[in-house]
Design a protein around this ligand. Structure first.
Ligand SMILES: C[S@@+](CC[C@H](N)C(=O)[O-])C[C@H]1O[C@@H](n2cnc3c(N)ncnc32)[C@H](O)[C@@H]1O
Length: 384
């Protein structure tokens, strides 16, 4: 991985942070997420709600079943009782969450299981192989797609599109405010001997250039920025204030929203929920690297062997969905979102199954503010 990066830097000059991340995480041979099937969980580098246990998937399955039943009823009223429904997962990694959801549906809602296809969207052939291995027991109920183009060719989605911790794994551009020059510049990466170090890029990458000039046409972030104090705040920001922009995450969400013909679009992630693009509480930005469950000091060290991630700007993502015609149902803490589902499962014990001690333990971890409950948010949008 290091050789590949050094070679590209020699050929093209310093790389934007987004390109460095793209290669370090997703290079088809040596990228972190290609090499590390066990990246998530106890033996990996970080925990997610999925690695807590099967309860997360079971709660989602219960919620999805309610949504899909409503959609099915609506279809029937319109004379389309047999119209297919889909659950689409992106960022499925090794397929664990898909397995948890499908096992619950098969056991508890066999009626729906017969009607619903589970689609996995993953551009990586290698990860698809891991997922196919794990999910072979569900046969043709599960289908794979490499990109949204393929999903749209298949007719788009009526049902649920969702992801857990996908958007925080997308590459980000890293801008910094120069107080002396009163303008944004972009941090890139160059090599120095064996190491990779941050360096100021001579100019902003085309993906972000328009965004950094409040007076210019603002491109994709348009509405989010106009409504935020981004432009007016900039002149008083401290020197070096970091702003991370994730145009790929924004675009991805926008296309996901376009691909949803009817139903829900849901993500769980950690990020800024204040409605502002600029997060005054994080002047040094939120880009982090993890290895063996520890924060790593040098984000650029040993690319391909450690996770690199950044907070999601929910203001930007929310606007990206609304631009595609979705209505925002809610942006809330994961704890609230899951607690509401759990309450309904308790009213229907026959449908969900018994709340065992183990389920209770997993719920604590998922919903307690000291664990995952507060650090993660759920964004839910919909098309009626
Ligand atoms: C932080 S992991 C989360 C894995 C899993 N959802 C969980 O919660 O345990 C992010 C996953 O998203 C995958 N990913 C990244 N970009 C993607 C894309 N454009 N489409 C689908 N998956 C992607 C990564 O390869 C990785 O498997």
């Amino acid at each position: 991985m290091e050789e590949i990066l050094r070679e590209e830097i020699a050929r093209c000059g310093p790389l934007p942070c987004a390109r460095f991340m793209e290669l370090a995480l997703y290079h088809p041979e040596h990228g972190y997420y290609e090499r590390n099937r066990a990246a998530v969980g106890q033996r990996g580098d970080f925990y997610t709600s999925v690695s807590v246990g099967e309860l997360f998937g079971q709660l989602l399955a219960f919620q999805f079943a309610e949504w899909l039943t409503e959609l099915g009823t609506r279809n029937a009223e319109r004379g389309m009782a047999d119209a297919p429904l889909q659950v689409v997962e992106a960022g499925a990694h090794d397929g664990q969450l898909a397995e948890d959801i499908l096992l619950w549906l098969r056991k508890r809602r066999p009626d729906l299981m017969d009607r619903v296809e589970y689609w996995i969207l993953d551009p990586s052939e290698r990860r698809q192989e891991w997922q196919r291995g794990r999910l072979s027991m569900f046969g043709s109920r599960v289908r794979w797609f490499a990109n949204w183009g393929e999903v749209q060719q298949a007719g788009g989605v009526t049902g649920v599109i969702f992801a857990n911790e996908l958007l925080d794994a997308f590459p980000v551009h890293r801008l910094a405010w120069s107080a002396a020059e009163q303008r944004w510049f972009e941090w890139g990466v160059r090599s120095m001997g064996e190491r990779f170090i941050w360096t100021r890029l001579p100019e902003l990458h085309a993906n972000v250039a328009a965004l950094a000039q409040p007076s210019a046409a603002l491109g994709n972030l348009d509405e989010a920025l106009r409504e935020s104090s981004w432009a007016s705040l900039a002149p008083v920001l401290p020197d070096g204030f970091i702003l991370e922009l994730a145009p790929f995450a924004e675009l991805w969400w926008n296309i996901a929203a376009q691909s949803l013909r009817a139903g829900k679009l849901l993500t769980f992630d950690y990020g800024h929920t204040t409605g502002e693009v600029i997060n005054p509480t994080k002047p040094a930005g939120t880009l982090r690297a993890y290895r063996d469950h520890q924060l790593v000091d040098d984000i650029l060290a040993a690319p391909g062997t450690q996770d690199i991630t950044a907070h999601v700007s929910f203001a930007v993502i929310t606007h990206a969905g609304e631009r595609a015609g979705l209505a925002t149902t809610e942006l809330t803490e994961q704890s609230r979102f899951l607690t509401r589902i759990a309450q309904r499962t308790m009213q229907q014990p026959a449908a969900f199954g018994e709340w065992t001690r183990e389920r209770g333990r997993q719920f604590q971890t998922l919903a307690h503010p000291d664990h995952l409950g507060r650090s993660f948010s759920a964004l839910l949008q919909e098309r009626a």
